[in-house]
Design a protein around this ligand. Sequence first.
Ligand code: AHR
Length: 522
Amino acid sequence: MKKTLSAFLTVLFLATFTASGQKENLVSVNQLVVVANHPGPVISKDIYGHFSEHLGSCIYGGIWVGADSKIPNTYGIRNDVLFALREIKVPNLRWPGGCFADTYHWKDGIGPQEKRASIVNTNWGGVTEDNSFGTHEFMKLTELLGCDAYINGNVGSGSPREMAEWVEYLTSDSESPMTKLRKENGREQPWIVKYFAIGNENWGCGGNMTDEFYANTMRQFSTYLGNYAGNQLYRVACGPSDFNFGWTETLMKDGGTRDRFQGLSIHYYSIVDGWGYKGSATKFDEREWFETMRMNLQMDKIIKGHSAIMDRYDPQKTKGLVVDEWGNWFNVEPGTNPGFLYQQNTMRDAITAAIHLNIFNQHADRVKVANLAQIVNVLQSVILTKDDKMVLTPTYHVFRMFRVHQEARLLNIDLRCEDYTNGEKRIPSVSASASVDNEGKVHISIANLNPGKAVVVTCPLIGETYKKAKGEVLTAPEMNSFNGFDKPETVKPAAFSGFLLKDGLLTVTMPSKSVVVLELTK
Ligand code: AHR
């Protein structure tokens, strides 16, 4: 396949010189070659996953209102949020943290709600956590969403026994104290739990461990996590954040450690100007826009770096990279609790989502799971709520548009594009990926990172002929346009007509700061 592509490109670039040696502008400045006849790996639907932590109003208020609430709900889960999330085909949901996970004792959150102990959420604002949303409520949520459960266990302040019993409570069908307890609490049948993480950020809030210490601890905890009643746990070991390749090396180098997990997590947040003043989510200038995109694009280097280490020890790619926290992290909205991490979401966040999802698609051979932080009301959410109101953020719309890539096969692309510059710094102005689904439909997702310039992208389609195309576009009047509770539809997708499909060449005119998803059929 590579040969086909490079041969094609050579022909194209030779064609830029005429017989007289004059350079001709036959090659578009922005060119996206799509090789349609050699599909690559399947894009795991789970890279479109989400993350729900007991943090601010993500769970309480955002998802869980309780069965007695005036807000319409199903078993206590608000209907508006539920229905909206079904639309984006949430494939898996991670819970209960985050940092909260390593302080969470699951037995506090089972049994009659009025008898559950209240605790203090020490990580997030010191608020009272009444444990009314626990294991049964979370599993009900996943059932209602039709998604897989991704549960994050407590290593930092828990014990191997506590974690082992949670897995047994959830998934066993044998007679045991844990299954008896589950049945007493109203659940006869075991649940299916696909993903289970052995701690979260154990180099930080999850116990401040060294890599060697964590590797040994993980081996111990993992030993007691059973596969019951046909449930096959995909164990996720805590990985590093950002560019900490040493941690990955430690987790991967030893076969005895490697054998104890199926996936290795990494976390990466885009934080403009560092952890102090992170900038406003809505009031920013073009430098901050540019810096956000520049940081978003680092995700590719991070994945490549960790993948290269994994490739050395796992060339067959049996272990997945699990990017279970990613997204933009800005200052909290003025007047909100600093521990609640509540931020608005603009067109900038939509481009961020498109950049990341395109990168994850491109790494379909290694990245098997990814979870945006977080699903509702926290960081780069897809949904914001205020009492009984709900808005869908620009990020939500990107997830809805990109859902067509779930379980499709990656297509090889070659993207050459002009740079988008800010001062001395430069980044590519276009981000893209393409896939073919099992009905033969090709989807191409493209983002124009430049907030001040439309770009034309020519797409030669190699190997197959497509006759029809349609598309959707997400763009906005301003870089910082957002959906407020008073104007919930400022940023929303529209049918896209800015393309031409002729003789195997697709020409797409991308408005400034836009995301386009095109569907091609024969
Ligand atoms: O998503 C917010 C926090 O960021 C998570 O709890 C933690 O894992 C990370 O540091």
